[in-house]
Design a binder for this molecule. Sequence first.
Ligand SMILES: Cc1cc2nc3c(=O)[nH]c(=O)nc-3n(C[C@H](O)[C@H](O)[C@H](O)COP(=O)(O)O)c2cc1C
Length: 192
Amino acid sequence: MDSERDVAVFVGSLRRDSLNLKLAKTLAELASPRLKLGFVKIGQLPLYNQDDDGEMPPEAWTTFRQQVSRVDAVLFVTPEYNRSVPAALKNALDVGSRPYGKSVWNGKPGAIVSASPGAIGGFGANHHLRQSLVFLNVPAMQQPEAYVGGADKLFDTEGKLVNEATRKFLQNFMQTFASWIETNSKVLASAA
Ligand SMILES: Cc1cc2nc3c(=O)[nH]c(=O)nc-3n(C[C@H](O)[C@H](O)[C@H](O)COP(=O)(O)O)c2cc1C
C-alpha cells in the first residue's frame, strides 16, 4: 500500500479573494486522503538578497525553508502576471533554492495548476514556472496539464466550485498527482 504523503501547497496570489486560493482549497478537498495538503505562505518572505544569506538569514526565510524541507511533494497553484510567474512566487522559489547546495526543492515531486479569468488559463506562468523547476530538480507532472481559464465563472459567492466538468478534471489531476508522487519517490529512493 502507498504511504501517506505531505504536500506543500503554494498559492501564487496574495489576494484575499484570490481565485487561485479558491482553486487550491478545492484541490485539497478533492485530493486522496493519503495526501496531506498544507498551505505554505509566501507573502511574508523578504525579497531574496544574497547579502542576507550568511550566518543570520531573515527568520521568515529559515521558517519557510524548514517547512518545505519537511514535505514529500509540492503543488503550485498560480495566476499569471504579465505572462509570467507572480513575483511573490518567484521570490519563494529563490529563497528556497539557497544557500547554494542546500536547495529545499531538490528532488521533490511537483505539480502546477494555473488559473486566470482569461481564456488561456495562465499558460505563460505555468510554463515559466516549469522552466525554474527543471533547474531546481523538481520533477513536475507533465499530464494532465492544468490551465484553468474562465476561472472567475467557476466559484459561487462562498468560494465553492460550481462547474462539474472542472471538478472531475481536478479530481483526476489530483489522483494522477498522487501516483506521480509515488512513482517519483520510489525513483528517488532507489537512486539515494
Ligand atoms: C500585475 C497583474 C498582471 C496580470 N497579468 C495577467 C496575464 O499576463 N495573464 C492573465 O491571464 N491575467 C493576468 N492578470 C489578471 C489575473 O489573471 C487576475 O487578476 C486573476 O484574478 C489573478 O489571480 P487571483 O484571482 O488568484 O488573484 C494580471 C493581473 C495583475 C494584477
